[in-house]
Design a protein around this ligand. Structure first.
Ligand SMILES: Nc1ncnc2c1ncn2[C@@H]1O[C@H](COP(=O)(O)OP(=O)(O)O)[C@@H](O)[C@H]1O
Ligand SMILES: [Mg+2]
Length: 400
């Protein structure tokens, strides 16, 4: 960390400024550049200085302090805010976090505890800044125009394939109302994204890790809520934090989605590096797949980062490769045939990619995983700012 953390302290009316001053840590890591009495005055000072950290001292529940924090966070969202309260924090803690603060401490606390909290808040924010600029893992969003096309099948098998290759992989079930990733992987929903959304405090890697459920393959899973009515607890703002944090703590993030472009799905697409569209080989599904591709294009999504998986790709339905290309406008990267073992593997909760490794669908899912790992290993294809793999188009020959 370069130089000491420069902190500005804003003291709410009714709080003894000198008492606060005496409690502030006297460590070389933190330099208090100002202690301002009154939040109006503090606001003015905040406009004129650029502290690394804002400390807000107040006496228990204070609407004034909440407004102040909210305005300060809106003004500069990257700057951490830590609240010190001298009175009872009952009912206040949750509001403080909602207003965007990073932490709250009830005084008195020993100076070293306060110093630790301040340093942690700054380190977390600096970590997030690094994550958004440099070291983000690929995040692959699995999309499909309607239910039953095989999104969950592809998401679970791709994620398990990557995990068994030793990649630190996280699978997020974003089908918030009817998610069935847990069933497909034979996992119990001990902890879900709903519990994470309801937990107090800001998002960081340690906290997120506590809500991931481990699969025997090594895959980590953020499961969907257990009841449809819990879905509304998961907001788009919250998801943005979840995705960034997951991408900074793993090698691959795979997101299974519900059908259609819901706000959650759009936030996942926005946060992703790659999209994988799952279509089926019938004319209605192909038309919808084309619509999905066009929607992504309208959203400005780089088409070279979109892969197409054709599920149930049997030739028996009478649609040829030429038909697919004619309707969709491109050839699929991977073909997954219909297989009787697939519904059985779903019922057993054992993905076919580990349950029947030699089967044709298992090979197709490993081929899909290779598409991401192989491109990720080729440095010349990595963009400088965010090393995410560009999916090579038409790499695989049509085999059906
Ligand atoms: N290639 C396939 N062969 C046989 N059955 C399949 C195949 N793909 C999907 N299925 C069946 O269809 C069901 C629905 O697939 P799923 O992945 O849950 O769809 P989605 O997530 O798009 O709604 C699966 O549980 C499975 O039984
Ligand atoms: Mg599904």
């Amino acid at each position: 960390m370069a130089g000491p953390i420069q902190a500005l302290v804003a003291v709410d009316g009714g709080v003894d400024t000198q008492a606060i001053q005496s409690m502030l840590p006297d460590s070389s890591g933190i330099e208090v550049v100002g202690i301002i009495t009154g939040l109006d005055e503090s606001w003015r000072t905040l406009q004129e200085t650029a502290p690394d950290l804002l400390i807000v001292a107040c006496e228990g529940y204070s609407d004034r302090a909440l407004y102040f924090i909210d305005a300060a966070v809106k003004q500069q969202s990257g700057r951490p805010v830590v609240v010190l309260t001298t009175g009872s924090p009952n009912g206040f803690v949750r509001r403080v976090f909602e207003s965007g603060a990073d932490d709250i401490l009830t005084l008195p606390e020993p100076p070293e505890r306060i110093a630790f909290a301040l340093e942690k808040a700054v380190a977390r924010r600096r970590g997030a800044a690094v994550a958004s600029g440099i070291a983000l893992a690929p995040m692959i969003c699995i999309l499909g125009p309607k239910g039953g096309t095989g999104k969950t099948l592809v998401a679970t098998n791709l994620a398990v394939a990557l995990a068994t290759e030793g990649e630190r992989t996280v699978l997020v079930d974003l089908d918030l109302q009817f998610g069935d990733v847990g069933l497909a992987l034979g996992m119990r929903p001990d902890k879900t994204i709903y519990d994470l959304a309801h937990s107090a405090g800001t998002m960081d890697e340690d906290k997120l890790a506590a809500y991931l459920v481990k699969h025997s393959s090594g895959l980590s899973v953020l499961l969907a809520p257990t009841r449809p009515d819990q879905a509304s607890a998961v907001t788009v703002d919250f998801l943005r934090d979840v995705f960034t944090t997951l991408r900074s703590m793993s090698d691959y993030v795979i997101v299974d989605t519900p059908p259609g472009f819901t706000p959650e799905v759009i936030s996942a697409i926005d946060a992703s590096s790659n999209v994988c569209i799952v279509g089926m080989l019938d004319s209605l599904s192909l038309k919808n797949t084309k619509l999905g591709l066009e929607t992504l294009e309208l959203m400005g999504y780089d088409q070279s980062r979109v892969a197409l998986v054709l599920n149930r790709s049997d030739t028996r339905v009478g649609i040829t490769r030429e038909d697919v290309e004619a309707v969709v406008g491109r050839a699929p990267e991977v073909l997954v045939p219909s297989d009787r073992q697939i519904p059985i593997s779903v019922n057993d909760g054992v993905p076919i990619v580990i349950g029947d490794e030699r089967s044709e669908p298992a090979r197709a899912f490993r081929q899909l995983a290779d598409l991401y790992t192989e491109t990720a290993e080729e440095p010349e294809e990595k963009p400088v700012a965010a090393p995410t793999p560009a999916v090579r188009k038409r790499r695989f020959a049509w085999r059906a």
